[in-house]
Ligand binder design. Structure first.
Ligand SMILES: [Zn+2]
Length: 53
């Protein structure tokens, strides 16, 4: 997963959950240390949401 903040390599945290009709996964960027969530719909990436922290 490409980091939406810096474009670096972000790794899955292993955290996954359901959000309405989306499947969400947690990611953390190894370049800028930002965490974000990626939302998938029908197996395709829909959008990413940066975490506040
Ligand atoms: Zn980053």
């Amino acid at each position: 997963m490409k980091c939406p903040v810096c474009g670096g390599e972000a790794k899955a945290t292993g955290k996954e959950w359901k959000f309405g009709q989306f499947d969400a996964k947690g990611y953390k960027c190894s370049s800028c240390a930002k965490s974000f969530s990626a939302y998938y719909k029908a197996g395709k990436l829909s959008h990413t949401v940066p975490k506040a922290k």
